[in-house]
Each structure stands twice: as structure tokens, then as C-alpha cells.
Design a protein around this ligand. Sequence first.
Ligand code: GLN
Length: 446
Amino acid sequence: EQYLKRIEQLNAKINAYITVTAEQALAAAERADQQLAAGTAGPLTGIPIAHKDIFCTNGVKTSCGSRMLDNFVAPYNATVVERLQAAGMPMLGKTNMDEFAMGSSNETSFFGPVHNPWDLERVPGGSSGGSAAAVAAGLCVAATGTDTGGSIRQPAAFCGVTGIKPTYGRCSRWGMIAFASSLDQAGVFARSAADAALVLQAMAGFDERDSTSAKEPVPDYAAQLEDSIAGLKIGLPKEYFGEGLDPGVAASIEAAIKEYEALGASVREISLPNAPLSVPVYYVVAPAECSSNLARFDGVRYGHRCEAPKDLEDLYKRSRAEGFGPEVKRRIMIGTYVLSAGYYDAYYLKAQQLRHLISDDFSHAFEQVDVIMGPTTPSTAFALGAKSNDPVAMYLNDIYTIATNLAGLPGLSIPVAPADGMPVGLQLIGDVFQEGRLLNIAHRLQ
Ligand code: GLN
């Protein structure tokens, strides 16, 4: 009730929720009360959560931030939603996001931008900006998000909360609307690594309905939180500290790394020589996959359908023209272009080759160090409208987060000392399936 009241008071200003499911949340809270009374409650029983509107939720609108799905009520729950519900977490509602998760500022949403709770004139980051802002403003305890190129870590950094993107395949993608299937991964926003550990524990693990989900067992993340980090080898990639990094952000990151040294960690410089290519590689691979994934939105089976189509072609053309916003259209056009005969070798194949090199850089780095650290973003949250007419400036915001997705590795962002009153995120990158260690390292600083 307290969270619902807060949403009622603040959501008009922040716009973090697209849909609030008050009745369902209260009914779930009642069931949680009964479990508490019966002594059958788990650690998450009755703890309210919000889900990014990219996850299908049975009987509840699942818009993906798009006009295309403004009328779509999902007939089933995503695996992640199902598991968190089974853990007893009442769902407060569905959070705002960039349209089809394409964006870094939440300004491409059909439902209007989300406002950063720290400064309402600034963006919360994207694409999971609604989830990050909801956690930061106390409109839920934790929230789910997805990260294809930074969409959990970047908004976590901008809103001053903890966000973890697990290893590719750690969480099921079943029922999570696809953007770029080889990069998409579900994760968590919370106010601390300790909270995130509990939520990730409940949602991770193999799912036979997602052929890319990993058969790897899920360790007890909470049990690892207090482990010592004495002797931890931290690598600082020189490519993450060069030109373009805001000096205020750099100072906060350096101060946090000093704290790790005080806790017994050692630091060395490493190199990820192909990391600067990650933005151009991503903007070939991700649009290519999106152009294929979004072909299903044709106005026939579900989603937006234009009025009075003349014939089938008119139905497709106008439904898609009306249903998708400009950024989604741009990506579909880039994607179909790079996949077309004559350009495939020059762009798509080349990008796949470079993706391997980027991934190899990380493998070499993890032969020398246990964890990689650096800034999550080059700057703090920027002003609403500042980059919305300049796609390349917007894309460059993800310069430090994208390589992790291309390599399928886990990444986490935690708040460190603010710069000019705005939150700064420290990024931790681990080797595959090292989310437990990342949460432990993050927890030791909190
Ligand atoms: N900002 C990146 C993009 O626009 C990443 C988005 C994401 O991780 N979903 O594609």
C-alpha cells in the first residue's frame, strides 16, 4: 500500500510506470501475509517488484514502449516473471522503456520520456530507464530490466542504483520481447548488490523453453556476499579511461578503486585493444537481428493494425509505418541494408569477425586479472533533449558497456561518489558465470 501510494504521488512527475497493477499487487501481498503467518515465506515473499514492459505478463498490457503493442495484452508470463511471482514478489506494475529497448535515454518511448529522480530535467538513461528511476525514487524495491548493449548498467549509473546484467544465457529469454537475440539478457535493478543477489537468484537458471539458456547450476549468491576480496586482481582497461571521459566521473571512479586497494585488492592496467570498435560492430549486429525479430509485427496476428487497409500490402505498410517510431524504423532499415546481398560480406560478416576479436580481448584479460573495472558511462545523466536529434552522439553513450554484451559476459554497475550532485556508476565486468563474485565485490564496497 505504501509503494502504491508513492507511485500515485510521484509517477506523474517521473513517468516510470506505463501500467500500475494495484489490485493484483494487493492480492499478491495478501497471499504473502498468509505465507508469513504459516511460516512458509522465503526471503522475497511480499517484497514488491516492477517489471520492464518488455516482459510478457499474463493478462496485463505488455507494450514494449511502442504504439505497435499499445493494445497487446500478453496471454502468458515470461519465465523471469513467473519465477519471481513464484518467489512471492507482488508485481506493482510495468515500467517505461525506450521503444523495443532501442535507446539510451528513454526518450524513444511511445509513452513519453522518464525523468531522472535526481534532476527531473535530465534523462534516467535507457532503455530500462523506467525500472532504474522506479528503484531510485522508491517506487518499488527492485525491478527487472534487459541489457542488449548497456540498458541495465547505463540507467543504473545515471539513477544511482545497482544494476546487474548476467552472463548471456544465465536468465531465460522466454517471454521477453526480442530485440537482438544474441545479445539480449535479463537482469536486475536494486538498491544494493545484496538485494540484487536475492532477486537474481530467484530468476536465473536453465529453462527448456529458451534454447540459449545455460544448463549451468545457479550458485547461492547471497552466501558469497561477505567473501574476502584480499588478493583480488583488478584490471583497468586503458581504453576506458581515455579521451571523452568526463573528469568528474574519472575522479569518482579513481576514488572507488583506491577503496578497493585499501580492502586488499591490487590494480594493474590492461588493454582491450578492439574495445573502441564495439559501438560500430554493435550497430551492425543489433540492427541486423532487430530487423529480423521485428518482422513479426505485421498488423495481422497482434499489435497495431491500420484503419481500413486496401489490400495486404497496404495493411503491412501502414500498420508498420504507424506502429513504429523513428528510431525503430532507422534500425530496421540499417539492419535490412547490412543483411542484403552485396553488403552482407562488407558489413555483417566483418562485424561478426570483429565481435570475435573483442571477445578474445576479454579472454586474454581474464588470464591476468579477476575482474575488470571502469566507468559505466563517459558522463553523468545528460539533459532531456540534449542528444535526441543526434543518433551517433546517443550511440556513443554506450561506449563502455557494449563490448560486454558482444562477448556475452556479466557486468554490474554500482553507485560511487556523485559528480556535481549527479550519480556516477562504477562498472565491474567478470568472466562468464562470475555474477556471484561480481555481487560479492560490489557488496564489499557498499
Ligand atoms: N542503447 C543501446 C541501444 O540503443 C542499448 C540498448 C539496450 O541495451 N537494450 O541499442
